[in-house]
Write a protein that binds this ligand. Structure first.
Ligand code: COS
Length: 380
């Protein structure tokens, strides 16, 4: 067993760390406050190859492994989880889904644009009445021979307005249940496709989350990903990898808040000494550090499983379940260690606490991860 990162992985980790400090940190509080999409930062991340990290270079990607992707997600998320979710959705849901299951023509038409950051993508599964219960899709894609007619509404879509390419899950034949669901590539600007209002969120406020409305949108059949009826499996397989990205995001949020809390505890004095000298604070730091390290091992293990070609449904679900809990617990404690300053925006940790919550909700709630985990272990 070798826990050493390769030279290349260390280099990518450093590039992401430097980028986060130099380009994401300035203005992160203001972007959160104003719900401002980090457009300039996304452009720079494209130049660094962060938008198509695991994509084959022949489609404009960086050709990196999943561990490198997790390292980048961790470093970006230490500073700005709004920026990192944009990266995560584009990489592990949109690019990976298209590269793995798309046709050659689809890859040529869409993947290169997405992996080079010429445009970004969105993954559209959730609906007003189908979040966790993902087979209950109400959005329809009626088969009209050489095209589908799509009708319905999608909710809470990350990159909702900033995207140009949308992977939309919709029901074609309700009598076939989940086997009647398709995944379609929909382009912004297709007649009948409207972007709904932007959500005013608790956290990750810099990312743009919208509902999407489809009114008789005509989508050519060549835009269907995989065979007829493959849409639900496409969503499940893609989300399994997406969960590694979100687990790495949760890990990064936790590690970022911990680093700030540790630094603060060595500066802030109370009762005549730095508060890190009080066991009440030192023990909190010990717990945070231990839990973060455990989460890190789980995240890297899930990424490693994916890189080795192992099944990663279980390891990604466990990594997301655990890392998101650690993100929540650690950020709450980081606010506590900061005391009154923790409640003030300038010290960052209150934002991290708000950002952490979504990691227990999107790409499968913690309760959904427990369904995936329990079914997997009981099948053994
Ligand atoms: N890979 C491949 N296939 C999978 C799969 C996976 N990871 N998970 C499920 N499937 C397949 C099953 O094998 C089954 O196919 P068959 O009938 O051919 O065997 C099919 O998908 C339906 O699976 P299942 O019967 O387990 O469906 P359920 O309705 O019980 O739901 C859960 C399964 C709960 C795991 C699923 O609905 C889920 O992940 N929901 C959360 C979705 C989500 O993450 N939403 C957030 C939106 S994105 S922000």
């Amino acid at each position: 067993m070798d826990f050493t990162l390769s030279e290349e992985q260390l280099m990518i980790q450093k590039a992401a760390r430097d980028f986060a400090q130099n380009e994401l940190l300035p203005g992160v509080i203001e972007r959160d406050d104003a719900q401002k999409f980090p457009a300039e930062q996304v452009k720079k991340m494209s130049e660094l190859g962060f938008m198509g990290m695991m994509v084959d270079p022949k489609y404009g990607g960086s050709g990196l492994d999943t561990i490198s992707y997790a390292l980048v997600m961790e470093e970006l998320s230490k500073v700005d989880a709004s920026a990192s979710v944009i990266v995560s959705v584009n990489n592990s849901l949109v690019c990976w889904g298209l590269e793995t299951f798309g046709s050659e023509a689809q890859k040529e038409k869409y993947l290169t644009r997405l992996s080079t950051g010429q445009c970004i993508g969105a993954f559209c599964l959730s609906e007003p009445e189908a979040g966790s219960d993902a087979t209950s899709q109400k959005t329809t894609a009626a088969d009209h021979g050489d095209h589908y007619i799509v009708n319905g509404t999608k909710n809470w879509i990350t990159n909702g307005n900033s995207a140009e390419i949308y992977l939309v899950i919709a029901q074609t034949d309700i009598s076939k249940g989940h086997k009647g669901i398709n995944a379609l590539i929909v382009e912004k600007g297709m007649p009948g496709f409207e972007i709904g209002p932007k959500e005013n969120k608790l956290g990750i406020r810099g990312s743009d989350t919208h509902s999407l409305i489809f009114n008789d949108v005509k989508v050519p059949k060549e835009n269907r990903i995989g065979e007829d009826g493959f849409g639900f499996k496409f969503a499940m397989k893609t989300l399994a990898g997406g969960r590694i990205g979100i687990a790495a995001q949760a890990l990064g949020i936790a590690a970022g808040a911990y680093e700030l809390a540790k630094k603060y505890s060595k500066e802030r004095k109370a009762f005549g000494t730095e508060i890190s000298n009080h066991q009440a604070i030192a023990f909190k730091l010990a717990d945070m550090h231990t839990q973060i390290e455990a989460a890190r091992h789980m995240v890297y293990k899930a990424a490693w499983d994916k890189d080795q070609g192992n099944n990663y449904d279980l390891s990604s679900a466990m990594a997301k379940l655990y890392a998101s809990q650690v993100a929540m617990d650690t950020t709450i404690e980081a606010v506590q260690i900061h005391g009154g300053n923790g409640f003030v925006k300038d010290y960052h940790v209150e934002r991290m606490m708000r950002d952490a919550k979504i990691t227990q909700i999107y790409e499968g709630t913690s309760e959904i991860q427990k369904i995936v985990i329990s079914r997997s272990i009981l099948r053994e």
